[in-house]
Design a binder for this molecule. Structure first.
Ligand SMILES: C[S@@+](CC[C@H](N)C(=O)[O-])C[C@H]1O[C@@H](n2cnc3c(N)ncnc32)[C@H](O)[C@@H]1O
Length: 161
């Protein structure tokens, strides 16, 4: 696998202590199909698969991240539930998703917004870490205060299509 093009944002993982809160916030169930657009080391999908046996698809442009996520899923014993695709998230097909997670940047959220609205089925949820979608108001938000001095406050946004 080679790098398709430079990533639009580098790899900054969601802290492990936030992962479970965001999955609860998204109201994940075993029947969901969860997509992480820019999936990094796969930790969010892996946690959902471990907790609820939720199927998931991770999309990342960086082949190193895809390989790492695949290895992590195998180590966690949930690789049968997950698929990791090396793709550009701005060209990918995520129509089957019932929940999409993004941890990108404000301008990338805005660029993705119309694709999300066009592709996703009515009722699908979108969760964004830290950044909103301009004038598309979220249905819910959740602030997670910093737990230690090294932590940062996290804000989660929830939309329903
Ligand atoms: C901030 S990290 C988030 C990682 C993971 N979602 C998490 O929360 O732990 C953003 C990820 O997006 C990936 N990325 C950047 N531009 C991309 C693009 N155009 N298509 C797919 N992935 C991309 C990066 O390689 C990186 O792994």
């Amino acid at each position: 696998m080679t790098l398709l093009r430079q990533p639009d944002i580098g790899y900054i993982p969601t802290p492990h202590n936030v992962t479970r809160s965001l999955l609860d916030f998204a109201k994940i169930t075993p029947s969901d199909i969860l997509y992480d657009l820019g999936s990094g080391d796969g930790r969010i999908l892996i946690e959902a698969a471990k907790q609820w046996e939720t199927r998931g698809v991770g999309i990342d442009i960086d082949p190193k991240r895809i390989q790492q996520a695949q290895e992590n899923a195998e180590t966690a014993g949930v690789d049968n539930l997950l698929e990791f695709r090396q793709e550009d998230l701005f060209k990918s097909d995520f129509r089957e998703a019932t929940v999409v997670f993004i941890y990108l940047l404000p301008h990338l959220n805005l660029r993705l917004r119309s694709r999300l609205q066009m592709q996703l089925k009515s009722g699908s949820r979108i969760i964004s870490k830290d950044f909103d979608m301009g004038d598309w108001p979220p249905l819910h938000t959740l602030s997670l205060p910093a737990k230690t001095e090294d932590d940062e406050e996290v804000t989660l946004y929830y939309w329903q299509v």
